[in-house]
Design a binder for this molecule. Sequence first.
Ligand code: GAR
Length: 211
Amino acid sequence: MLNIAVLVSGGGTNLQALIDAQNRSEILGGRIAVVISSKAEAYALERAKKAGIPTETLIRKEYSTQEDYDAALLRILGRYQIGLIVLAGFMTIISDNVIRHYENKIINVHPSLIPSFCGAGFYGLRVHRAVLERGVKLTGATVHFVNEVCDGGPIILQKAVKVLEGDTPEILQRRVMEQAEWILLPKAVALFCEGKITVHNGKTKIREDSI
Ligand code: GAR
């Protein structure tokens, strides 16, 4: 059984989607072992507690150096013998040092169709604001492995979502979550836990029988 760490910073609706999928026995071969939050007040922590999942809070500014912060994060991950890290709305940058320890074992959900509207500065509602400003007709979500390039790792799953007349960033964010993120993230985690994702030359291959 693979131990999964879910890293969160906010509302935790993607964490909830993972908990719900786990409760429906859709994530075979893995279980959420710990939820780690970058903010003490994140509602995601309440969701974890309600589901009986251990929680940890790790606040970047409480550590004077990146090395100290990394060491603390790696200690927690080691303590829970983590085999998969899921970034579910986690707003603290994961350093190259930690990424090297977990190569192709860190999954992120991003609320756009990468390579559009991604990279430094594109997170949360800012992504949806930029989508509306540009006037694209389709947006969506991407689940990808995390490497040293911000939002640049191998893409696992993507789903398109329509932009509609009258959308606000908030309305669009909700549609992208409902129609893409909450479906794709549990699916990608399940595929990973079943050993169905391989990476070659920066691209993923997924064993077809499962999609
Ligand atoms: C989600 O929309 C997620 O895709 C986004 O933050 C939100 C977190 O919501 N992540 C990023 O923008 C990362 N670049 P949640 O806390 O309700 O899951």
